[in-house]
Design a protein around this ligand. Sequence first.
Ligand code: NOJ
Ligand code: CA
Length: 535
Amino acid sequence: MTMQQPLWWQSGIIYQIYPRSFMDSNGDGIGDLRGIRSRLDYLEWLGVDAVWLSPIYPSPMADFGYDVSNYVDIDPQFGSLSDFDALLADVHRRGMKLVLDFVPNHSSDQHPWFQESRRSRDNPKSDWYIWRDPAPDGGPPNNWLSNFGGSGWTYDEARQQYYYHAFLKEQPDLNWRNSEVQDAMLEQMRFWLERGVDGFRVDVIWHLIKDEDFRNNPENPDYRPDAGSHKRLLATYTTDRPEVHDVIRKMRQLLDSYDERMMVGEIYLPVERLVTYYGAGGDGVHLPFNFQLILLPWQAETIRQAVDHYEAALPPHGWPNWVLGNHDNHRLASRFGTEHSRIAAMLLLTLRGTPTLYYGDEIGMIDVTIRPEQVQDPFEKNIPGLGLGRDPERTPMQWDGSANAGFTSGTSWLPVAPDYRTTNVAVQQEDPSSVLTLYRELIQLRRREAALSVGRYRSFCTPPGVLGYMREWGNRRLLVLLNFQPCEQRIDLEMLGGEILLSSHPGRHEREVKEHCLLRPHEGLIIALQETETP
Ligand code: NOJ
Ligand code: CA
């Protein structure tokens, strides 16, 4: 038991809110800060420790808040700074933490900095964004693509130059090689730290620095057109450049000048690259988001290998973390099939490392079909028909069986799921066999059992189709068994008898297990093994 008192972001559970879709307080069909505040009882009841809000800053909403036109205010659609202060105070009063989304890679094209930068080639902010002369033929300076489709370069008449945007043309990339930009962005972070936020989820942090020589990106040898034309090239020279760690270090230093503040970086990279973002001496992000459970095929063996590989790749100071869903990926119940929701919950909440939960997954929300005229997401509009759009996983939270699932008294900005009368918080809170009840029990167990929140992880040998691992703290040994198969599975425990602490499925009455146990189809069990050491 060597771990000192764990920090809140190590032992805690993070809950992601997509503010437009969580709770609307004024009937305009868009979620807001007062709405979130009115639902804090629920989050406290659920038992999560920290809330991460997707962006709430003033924005033209070209990418629904990921295009920020002012980093130090609140968009009127979401409320005001005083609404924010009230929310923060309420969150803190309940012993929870609040994490903001920080979007440093790009601003909105409506941000005053970009408005100034685009005016001329010699204004004071002319070098704050990434400007280049046209290629000799007048076309874009190189082959860099936008992640939302088409070229990453847009021509600007006033400067007669192109600017680079990794996402929409309304989201110009800031030039993080410019120290004035660095200082200005750190000031924006400081504003919120001074106000008392507990940390940041940093948007596309591995994108911040681009190749100094603007080399062309290489062709992607695995490119398949049905993945979208934005995948045609590898992002070799536009992401994960070595110098990015220098700017992350500066952010970390700022956070470290306050108490227990935390940053989690959004990074989609293979594990070997991902773990470099902890920083050489622990001076990187506290948590580089680990998206393997989203990206990998849902198979017991694949996940076992991924967990073991990740555990082995972590640097000594690196605290692990796991994510099952977010606002950019299809709902887990739709990716894996609803029959897998329960073992997915058990997996997320029993692995070693900070879990991040996406709003609505705890009631088993599924992707909602979006008719063409309902599409909001610019990604879907730019590259239609390939299933890339993110609206299906951003639909309103289903609170109860009243109109619009209790989300709004108006017309919601995205459709409410058709099954909301049966799949909602109010119904599931009363139902001991609901997915929500399972999430709450898992969260309570994780809080009670140090083995689950901070204990060691050890792989456990199981038949194919079953994932097994131990979590250990002192003499306490918890065995987690997850049956990925639609059939019964017999697990040999040899001499390891124990007590079932939790099953993912209702109806298991016996608590004691002896030399073997039977897992029902898609069932997960957490078993406290008998202590073997003599007293
Ligand atoms: C990642 C965010 O999660 C996504 O929603 C957004 O569109 C892009 N970054 C651009 O900011
Ligand atoms: Ca509203």
